[in-house]
Design a protein around this ligand. Sequence first.
Ligand code: C2E
Ligand code: MG
Ligand code: MG
Ligand code: MG
Length: 294
Amino acid sequence: RAKSLGKSCYQIFDVSMHDRILDRLRMENDLRRAIAQTFSLEDPQAVPELRVVYQPIISLETSKVSGFEALIRWQHPELGPISPADFIPLAEEMGLIVPIGYWVLRQACAQVHAWHERFPSDRNLTLSVNLSPRQFLQADLVEQIVKAIQETQFSVACLHLEITETTIFKNATLGADILANLRKLGIQVYIDDFGTGYSSLGYLHRFPVDGLKIDRSFVQDDDCLKSGIVQTIITLANQLKLSIVAEGVETLPQLESLRVMLHESGQVQGYFFFKPLEATEVETLLGTGLKRQS
Ligand code: C2E
Ligand code: MG
Ligand code: MG
Ligand code: MG
């Protein structure tokens, strides 16, 4: 096709670009189809393409699971599992992240509510849900969240929302207002991937948040752990009375370094403890009452 338009056109619109455009169109199309399929499933036997998995977060004080982060998964019928790191940015660009995000929130609230009911000694398990930049800036964000909480009967004090620093700082004035409105409801707000984004330490105290999630790139980098970078983030958080979750803990030495710096306060999340779990696996875990892997 491009060939008939002449040689110069052929050079610009080369084969690999053609493939990439086709790939992208296909993914857009497939993502729309996955959403339609998942949202409209009535047959309980049918397998939805989209689902939510739950990664435990562990309290250093008790060494037990204190809550879960909800993470979306996409099982493509031909391509197999597709990483959220690949399709969330696409969904964000297409605006599909808004319905997807509310679907995850609703699913996860309903699920964790069911666990609260079924395991009464775990009624304070928290649920962390990621909010994308586009979703964060929706005019009816607070309204939609209130609706999801009411419809699922989820106890609002257990809800944590995770937002990246870039999302907040890029929209500083509006961002602070939105955060304040969320916190008025009793929701806790955490800054996700702290340290990797548009980080403005001097402004941090102006944003009403409850905690920081230290990005796994710091936790997994021996130099960052040993050179005082992680310690500095923790000291800052302590000063501002913010809670801390360290992400991406994979090894015992990483855990031990963090334990020294966090002094039993703070929380950890990572493959050293648990990978993201299917809902049924969480039920087994809660049922055994063990709640720790190592
Ligand atoms: P995130 O919010 O920072 O989530 C943590 C990511 O780190 C997850 O990747 C989790 O599986 C991974 N992780 C946890 N512990 C370890 C570890 O010890 N080692 C390693 N290598 N990785 C670990 P996942 O599930 O692939 O999600 C990637 C990102 O996609 C998330 O990063 C989040 O930004 C986005 N995402 C996932 N689900 C949702 C969602 O429902 N809504 C929105 N808006 N974004 C989502
Ligand atoms: Mg997160
Ligand atoms: Mg993160
Ligand atoms: Mg992330």
